[in-house]
Design a protein around this ligand. Sequence first.
Ligand code: NAG
Length: 140
Amino acid sequence: MDKLIILSVLLVFFVSTVLGLECYVCENQEDNNEKCVKTIKNCDYNQDVCLTEIKWGSTPYWSQGAKKQYYISKRCSNKTECATTRRRYMPLCTHIWYQDWVCSDCCLGDRCNYYIISGSATLKPVLITLFGVLLLRLVL
Ligand SMILES: *[C@@H]1O[C@H](CO)[C@@H](O)[C@H](O)[C@H]1NC(C)=O
């Protein structure tokens, strides 16, 4: 009986940690409300990070004196794509208000891209530790 409970707990952890990374997703939103914090996607099996892009400017159509605003996008990604994107944006990530800029950031863990300021979730290590402890209990 005891083992059955442990087994089902293990199964839940396995499914949630290995199979389904969850990221918030949205496209070119003005702020980090509504869509960007309410739309959750189950990422594909080969996607292991959540990617956030923050643009600042008067795009899509640049025009002088136009009001500048944020364009926030979030999506599922993988470490390779994340590193490439970050490298590409590095020179453009100035945070200077009177210029257009764009920055990107990635994080590990379910729904870790809730806030747009970087801060990765610490949930995964906790779950993996729990997984290990439960596995030990099962074996001993
Ligand atoms: C990462 O994602 C990109 C874009 O979706 C894809 O082209 C690439 O094959 C992926 N790389 C890995 C290692 O999964």
